[in-house]
Each structure stands twice: as C-alpha cells, then as structure tokens.
Design a protein around this ligand. Structure first.
Ligand SMILES: NC(=O)c1ccc[n+]([C@@H]2O[C@H](COP(=O)([O-])OP(=O)(O)OC[C@H]3O[C@@H](n4cnc5c(N)ncnc54)[C@H](O)[C@@H]3O)[C@@H](O)[C@H]2O)c1
Length: 335
C-alpha cells in the first residue's frame, strides 16, 4: 500500500493531483489525499477526484498510513514543510527551487540523511523523454566534443510575484546543463538580469556557464516575449552532431548530422552538413513520469534521478548567478 498526499493545489500543484490520480488509476499508488490552506480550492479538487482533503498539514504529520508527500506550495514554505514531514519520517518530493537559500537546502539534506527519508526535488526536465534520449546519446559519444548548449524559455505572461525568472526558470537550465554534461557545477557563471515592472522580481535574464574544455552553456529567460508564443527549447552543438529538444514535445528529438572538420594540418576548415532527422520517442508526460519515479524510489529506496544534492546545487548556482549580476562580473566556482 502506498499513500501520497499533495500539499498545495495552486497553479502547479493541481497538476500533481491529476498526475497522482492517474497513477492511482494505474495501481501505482493506492491512496491519495490533498492538503490545501484554501478550503474552497481543496473542496473543489476533492470533489473532482473523489479524494479526501485537509487544510492543515499537521493532520498529515500524524497519519501513520501516509508514505510520502508532494510539496507544491510557494517556495518560501518548502523548508518548513519538507523539514516537518521528514521529521515525521515521511518521504518528500519538493518542487523546485528546493528552498530559497542554499543553507536551508543543506539543512534539509542533513535531516533527510539522519531520518533516512527520501528527498527528491522537482527538476522535471530530467524526467523528460527527449532529454533522457539526448543524455543516452551524449554518453554514447554521438556528439563528439560538446562545444555549447543553449536554452531559451520565453513566454508572455504576468510575471510571478513570488520569484523572478532566475529561480522560476533559469534553475531548470543550470540543472539540465550540468546533468547533460555530467558535472556537478560549471567552472564559472556570469549573469545579467533586468527588472522592469516589479521591485526585486527580474523578468529577463541571460546566463552563461563555462565548463571544462571550453564548453559553454547559455540560457535566455523571459516572461516578456509576445513574439514566439510559449517557447522552451534546448540545443546542443557538438563536433560530430547537434541536437534540438523542444521541451513542449517530449515525443521527439531532432538531430543534425553536421560537423566542421579541420584538415590534418589545421590549415583549412570544412563545414559538412548531411541533413537533419527526427527521432520519434513514445509520448510520456514528464510530470507523471517524475511522480512515477518518486513512487518507485519510495518502494525501492533507490536514489532519485533528481536528488536532494542536485536540488541544493541548483539553488547554489542561482545564488552565484545573482551575485554575478550584482557584481557585474563572472563568478568562479570552487576556487
Ligand atoms: N516544476 C515546474 O516546472 C514548476 C512549474 C510551476 C511551479 N513550480 C513550483 O511549484 C511551487 C508552487 O508554485 P505555484 O505556481 O503552483 O504557486 P501557487 O501560489 O499557484 O500555489 C500554491 C498553493 O499552495 C497553497 N499553500 C500555501 N501554503 C500552504 C500550506 N502550508 N499548506 C497547504 N497549502 C498551502 C496555496 O493556497 C496555493 O493554492 C513553487 O515552488 C514553484 O516554483 C514548479
């Protein structure tokens, strides 16, 4: 028997409830409950999915039948909630950003290690089928030397009021760049950001991450772009091949058979382009795969793909990016 509770059913948490409800129908979990401080909202979801609700998470801390919780509340509440549930010996999935400060992420890691709780962080794109396919091909050496990665996340929406694009969006990029390159951190981060509409909430950010072997990662985040519609993509440019992931299409990976070849003596360069093709991938919803993985880890006690250590490093990298923007210089890491 596995019982899960979703804490927070706002913009994103309602998707957690839907995904877990589907996993319940598949028999992956047995019971589902929600906890939401807004009782009207809690009742609404309880009626839609025919599941129990509570409005005070303290009730769940006392529930011996509860195995794990999925926390999708505002980021400033993650620390207290994750801490309380792990102290009550529950397994925890917490949305990204893991915490608002890396010191708090470190404290949660200590609690998880002490209580032997599972602590998984919502770095959803690690569970994206096209990213998984890309990672497999990178590890196989298909791309040769990786020159650079780029990622753009554009939308046109009212900016969030609780955090800017750095913690809301760029945190995905710093995590995925490191994940794909199999690195814990880049060597250096530089960032520029702008706030136009709200004090302390940046709506636009540019980040550059420099890794070993001169590999670069570039991320461009904006909530102010009416030009492209919602756009979320990743490109990887390698010496043997290049690829593009459209995050909105987890069922395909585009590959480009292209390379720039230098002659043996290095005197001449030749661009060779053999064409592009799309690798079809069976459709799987990233969020549902992420939740399925959380439940599998609860059962197997294996380390999750998006574990607490990666969650903490992502928060640290965003802190460093903020420092870079403040100081107007590239920040070296670990030196
Ligand atoms: N992985 C992703 O791609 C992704 C996407 C969007 C948001 N998020 C993350 O999800 C989290 C929530 O974001 P959101 O946009 O859904 O916020 P939101 O404000 O829309 O929803 C938060 C909900 O939590 C409820 N809540 C607050 N405190 C609570 C408590 N103590 N107990 C129970 N319920 C409580 C609120 O009433 C609200 O319904 C954030 O950390 C955000 O970064 C992740």
């Amino acid at each position: 028997m596995v019982k899960i509770a979703v804490i927070g059913t706002g913009y994103w948490g309602r998707n957690h409830v839907r995904a877990f409800n589907e996993l319940k129908a598949e028999g992956v979990i047995d019971e589902l409950e929600i906890c939401e401080v807004d009782e009207k909202r809690a009742r609404e979801f309880s009626n839609i999915y025919h599941i129990p609700y509570c409005t005070n998470y303290g009730d769940l801390l006392k529930d011996d039948s509860l195995d794990g919780v999925s926390i999708a509340t505002p980021t400033h509440t993650h620390f207290e909630l994750a801490k309380s549930f792990m102290e009550a010996k529950k397994d925890v999935f917490v949305e990204k950003p893991m915490t608002t400060k890396s010191e708090d992420a470190e404290k949660l890691i200590h609690i998880a290690e002490d209580k032997k709780s599972l602590l998984m962080v919502g770095h959803i794109f690690r569970h994206h089928s096209a990213v998984k396919e890309l990672k497999k091909r990178i590890e196989r050496g298909d791309f040769g030397r990786i020159f650079y990665l780029t990622s753009t996340r554009f939308s046109f929406r009212e900016p969030r009021k609780d955090m800017g694009v750095m913690f809301a969006l760029a945190i995905h990029e710093v995590d995925i760049f490191c994940y794909l390159l199999n690195k814990e951190y880049p060597l250096e981060i530089s960032a520029q950001l702008s706030k136009f509409l709200q004090k302390d909430i940046e709506e636009v950010a540019f980040l550059v991450l420099r890794f070993e072997n001169d590999t670069l990662g570039y991320a461009f985040e904006s909530w102010m772009t009416p030009v492209d519609g919602k756009r979320r993509d990743l490109t990887i440019i390698g010496s043997k091949m290049s690829a593009k992931v459209d995050y909105l299409k987890p069922q395909e990976l585009q590959l480009f058979d292209a390379s720039i070849i230098s002659s043996a003596d290095g005197a001449s360069l030749k661009a060779e382009y053999e064409g592009s093709y799309t690798v079809p991938i069976p459709y799987k919803e990233p969020l549902k795969e992420e939740m399925r993985h959380f439940v599998e880890c609860i059962k197997s006690r294996e380390k999750p793909l998006s574990d607490m250590y990666a969650g903490k490093r992502a928060v640290e990298m965003i802190e460093i990016a903020f420092e870079s923007a403040r100081e107007n210089k590239a920040m070296k890491i670990g030196k």
